[in-house]
Design a protein. Structure first.
Length: 487
């Protein structure tokens, strides 16, 4: 049902929409309401807060746009805006940066991620038309529906690892999600997909195949989208870091921004034809992301988010050296200077993607190779950045109070006040800050984010292959040939 006419989507709208009977499981039990369950409620509300932020009168112009002025539909987030110029691409990026700032970049699969992927796919709609006019129209109609409603769309685009020595079609039955039946109404799907990041708090789920398929695996070669509350769709959550956070003071990040990851299980899920975008075509599964700009736009968004996250971590690094009184030391300033240069490199590459962009099919799009180059560099940079902050911290993160409740005990509070001293703050503020540092770089939540930033785009050989494939080797070789010609 299309309910997009009227006001801009707010957090309250999003929370109401999530009370839809979706099947989410954690610790062996089904969750009755993700908006109130202690494993998910704070992250769900953090996502809802993004919509509240865009709906504020002072933010409305920057964060949203009117897709069709005068038709009565509400303004929607700029992540759905198909940029027709360099200026519009930059305007869109600035809005997404503001959204990322609300979580300091820790909501890796915020609503603008898959929206960006869908936008890139729609720009390349002719690729879908070569596959099937009907499937192309299904995607166009779907994009219109989710964008007008400003829906939060998540995706699952990789398969369970199982036996990596075997092709996906050779895995055990009922492992990889596949087509098991079809009729005039649609297709039926059974099996699993990963990683379902953010799916628990999303409205819709896009299902596709980012990993290569080969001839003979046509039953796996499908792409479609369904509401998260679709009958037969089950979400099996990993451990909730939010649920295990002691308090917001002790775990200020994991208590609020654990967007969660989930195994998605399709138990004979019926998908109507108007929601099917790829049907039994192994090469089209590849083309959906790589011949269109789906992969480019989704990872361009990821780099925008990462610039905010790196800026936050540099803020931590600088404040950390103040807290322990080391900033004036020349080696420490040298380290901070290197970190500042690396942060500028990440931000500069995003700006470079835009400046080196071009018009394609009537839209201004970022430079694909610069995006892949940024992926290669940043998936190496992030763990080094975390290790560098660990080095700056030294032993400061080890002997912290067990929890914020320690300060409620007057005797312990006196000792904490004497032993947690800082040249720039009182003991309580020092402890609160160092708890934030630990949550970012050392906690289970922080470790998950290091793993995420290293592998969300694929293993290094995958991102390096993309960089190799998209570099202009001809232009480089032309310089060599020119020099040889002058010898």
């Amino acid at each position: 049902m299309d309910n997009s006419k009227g006001k801009v989507k707010t957090g309250a709208d999003h929370l109401v929409a999530l009370k839809d009977g979706r099947e989410v499981y954690i610790d062996g039990e089904r969750v009755s309401d993700v908006t109130t369950h202690p494993a998910f409620r704070n992250a769900v509300h953090a996502a809802a807060a993004l919509y509240d932020y865009q709906a504020r009168p002072e933010n409305l112009e920057r964060m949203t746009f009117a897709p069709s002025p005068g038709d009565g539909y509400a303004r929607i987030n700029r992540c759905w805006q198909m940029p027709r110029s360099y200026a519009e691409l930059v305007e869109r990026r600035k809005a997404m940066s503001e959204w990322a700032e609300q979580s300091c970049g820790y909501l890796g699969r915020a609503p603008d991620h898959v929206a960006s992927s869908l936008l890139g796919q729609v720009i390349g709609i002719d690729i879908f038309r070569r596959h099937s006019e009907a499937r192309a129209q299904a995607l166009l109609d779907y994009f219109g529906y989710v964008s007008r409603n400003d829906h939060y769309v998540s995706y699952v685009i990789i398969n369970p690892q199982a036996d990596r020595n075997k092709a996906w079609g050779e895995q055990e039955d009922e492992l990889v999600a596949r087509l098991v039946d079809e009729d005039t109404q649609g297709i039926t799907v059974r099996g699993a997909k990963m990683l379902g990041t953010g799916t628990i708090m999303a409205n819709e789920l896009l299902v596709a195949n980012l990993q290569p398929l080969r001839p003979g695996e046509e039953d796996l070669a499908i792409s479609f989208a369904i509401p998260v509350a679709t009958k037969g769709l089950k979400l099996l959550s990993r451990k909730s870091y939010e649920a295990h956070a002691v308090s917001a003071r002790d775990n200020p990040l994991s208590a609020r921004f654990d967007e969660n990851d989930a195994l998605v299980w399709f138990e004979d899920v019926k998908v109507p034809w108007e929601r099917v975008f790829v049907y039994r075509d192994t090469d089209m599964c590849r083309a959906q992301f790589h011949d269109t700009l789906g992969h480019t736009f989704q990872n361009y968004q990821a780099q925008i988010r990462l610039t905010v996250k790196v800026r936050f971590l540099l803020g931590i690094a600088g404040r950390l050296t103040d807290a322990i009184g080391t900033r004036a030391m020349p080696p420490v300033r040298e380290t901070l200077g290197k970190l500042a240069a690396q942060a500028a490199m990440v931000e500069g590459m995003v700006v470079g993607m835009e400046a080196a962009g071009h018009m394609q099919d009537g839209y201004y799009v970022p430079n694909k190779h610069m995006m892949y180059a940024a992926q290669v560099l940043t998936q190496e940079l992030y763990p080094r950045l975390i290790d560098t902050i660990r080095g700056l911290a030294g032993g400061a993160l080890i002997m912290l109070p067990s929890s914020a409740r320690d300060v409620d005990n007057p005797e312990l509070a006196r000792i904490i006040g004497l032993t947690q001293r800082s040249p720039v703050s009182n003991a309580t503020d020092r402890v609160d800050f160092l708890k934030l540092v630990w949550d970012a770089i050392g906690s289970e939540f922080g470790s998950r984010h290091t793993q995420y930033e290293m592998f969300y785009a694929g293993a290094p050989y995958v991102t390096c292959a993309h960089s190799y494939r998209t570099y202009d080797w001809g232009a480089a070789d032309a310089l060599v040939r020119k020099m040889l010609g002058n010898v």
